[in-house]
Design a protein around this ligand. Structure first.
Ligand code: FCB
Length: 455
């Protein structure tokens, strides 16, 4: 069997986010977040749950670092809860919030685990949403203020900063499709949100460089390569449109300083823009967004198979029988990761890439002997790691892989039904138990290698 060995210094990590694991939403001076508020409206969270206790990581973080030590990871991607630092969105930072993350970061460093910190993993203070939120340009300043407060305190210790997690999800799921908080359906608000996220990324980048000169600075995008449902020219064009709206709308401003012209034309065609002028772009914005990055964080969960829809827009197609999908209804497609990474470095000048999330939800069961046998999760991770190795061999500067996620947690609109963790969380006792996949991942981190079992 082929074995993929990884370069020396390759980072093996796990990822989480504050809103999904911390709980303690009313403690330590934390203010209300967008998702705290959203979860209070019946119907917004599929299982009627909320993030108010989640995994209680706020109290159990030391135990959680022990789990990471056991896994043998050398990096941990966490996020900071913005409302713990600026409970009302502006003003004096909440020292108790900064203290919490300082302790956590120091303890990670003592354990030999490099902190990768995301500043905005979706949990914006509700006070800022009440003032208009991401569709408003003022929110850019609020994010810069928050970034300054955090990086002043932690700038000397964090290995890598990410400004935002998955701007597409915030903009489109939050403001166009109403699947995420705040549940809006307004394409122009989504475009304004995307622009303000990108702009605030650029503005925050220079603040981080000043406060944390030795850290790497980047952003995390969710990227799904488009794939044609057939060989027809119409489906090829559907792929182009998908890639433009989903991937290049974020990549091009960040890495080339322009929005993609073909995607602007498509948006005009779909009635999302009145004309090719982008009314929210001001002088200098694109240069700010195009600030050099040290790395790009890539969250990869699968490809998008598309065909030409009757209204001219790409229509999603499910290429496999439903029983082969994960609990989220997502296809398992490791080859897409190799293709995505290779194309990224062909199309753009990217100094380094981390896979900042990769993982799958399955409905695990606890067997009578207490073990949690999750071969599908192990296979998912194994094949994606092998696909990542293929990309490295093809010359992609991939520096690390973060499994999503350390432990089962609050999966946004799905609540606690979706289990992505390497550790199972029993939500009654909050006990964490390693699944078989965690035992397996521990072997990968120890060997810095993975066996290739792809068929
Ligand atoms: C990503 C999110 C992450 C998690 C996974 C399953 O879109 O960044 O928080 O919910 O999906």
């Amino acid at each position: 069997m082929a074995v993929h060995r990884f370069p020396e210094g390759f980072l093996w990590g796990v990822a989480t986010s504050a809103q999904q694991i911390e709980g303690a939403c009313d403690e330590g001076g934390r203010g209300e977040s967008l998702w705290d508020r959203y979860a209070k409206t019946p119907g917004n969270i599929a299982d009627g749950s909320n993030p108010f206790t989640a995994c209680d990581h706020y109290h159990r973080w030391r135990e959680d670092i022990e789990l990471m030590k056991w896994l043998g990871v050398n990096a941990y991607r966490l996020s900071i809860a913005w409302p713990r630092i600026l409970p009302n969105g502006s003003g004096a930072p909440n020292e108790a919030g900064l203290d919490f993350y300082e302790q956590l970061v120091d303890e990670l460093l003592a354990a030999g685990i490099k902190p990768f910190v995301t500043l905005n993993h979706w949990d914006i203070p509700q006070a800022l949403v009440d003032a208009g939120g991401w569709p408003e340009r003022d929110t850019v300043e609020a994010f810069v203020e928050y970034t300054d407060a955090v990086t002043r305190r932690l700038g000397d210790r964090v290995r890598a900063w990410a400004t935002h997690n998955e701007p597409w999800c915030i903009a489109v799921q939050g403001y166009e499709e109403a699947g995420h908080a705040p549940g809006r359906k307004n394409p122009m608000e989504a475009l304004r949100t995307a622009h303000h996220l990108l702009l605030s990324h650029g503005r925050a980048t220079s603040v981080i460089r000043a406060n944390a000169p030795r850290s790497e600075v980047g952003i995390v995008l969710n990227l799904a390569p488009g794939w044609p449902a057939s060989d027809s020219p119409g489906d090829a064009d559907a792929v182009r449109i998908h890639n433009g709206l989903f991937n290049r709308w974020y990549l091009d401003p960040l890495l080339r300083g322009t929005y993609p012209a073909d995607a602007i034309a498509d948006r005009v065609c779909f009635g999302q823009l009145p004309s090719p002028e982008l009314p929210f772009v001001e002088n200098g914005d694109m240069e700010t967004i195009n600030a050099p990055l040290d790395y790009l964080g890539v969250n990869y969960y699968g490809r998008s198979v598309v065909k030409a829809g009757s209204d001219g827009r790409p229509a999603g197609v499910c290429p496999v029988p439903p029983e082969e999908l994960t609990e989220m209804g997502w296809e398992v497609f490791p080859e897409g990761l190799t293709r995505l990474l290779s194309e990224l470095v062909q199309d753009y000048d990217i100094p380094a890439i981390y896979i900042t999330e990769s993982g799958a939800a399955f409905s695990d069961t606890v067997d009578d002997d207490g073990r949690i046998r999750d071969p599908l999760r192990t296979a998912f991770l194994r094949d994606h790691i092998a696909a990542a190795s293929d990309a490295i061999k093809a010359g992609v500067p991939l520096r690390g892989y973060f499994a999503w996620t350390l432990m089962d947690n609050f999966e946004w609109q799905h609540g606690y039904k979706m289990r992505f963790g390497l550790f199972r969380v029993d939500y009654d006792s909050l006990k964490r138990t390693p699944k078989e996949s965690a035992h397996w991942y521990r072997g990968v981190t120890a060997a810095n290698a993975v066996e290739d079992e792809r068929r």
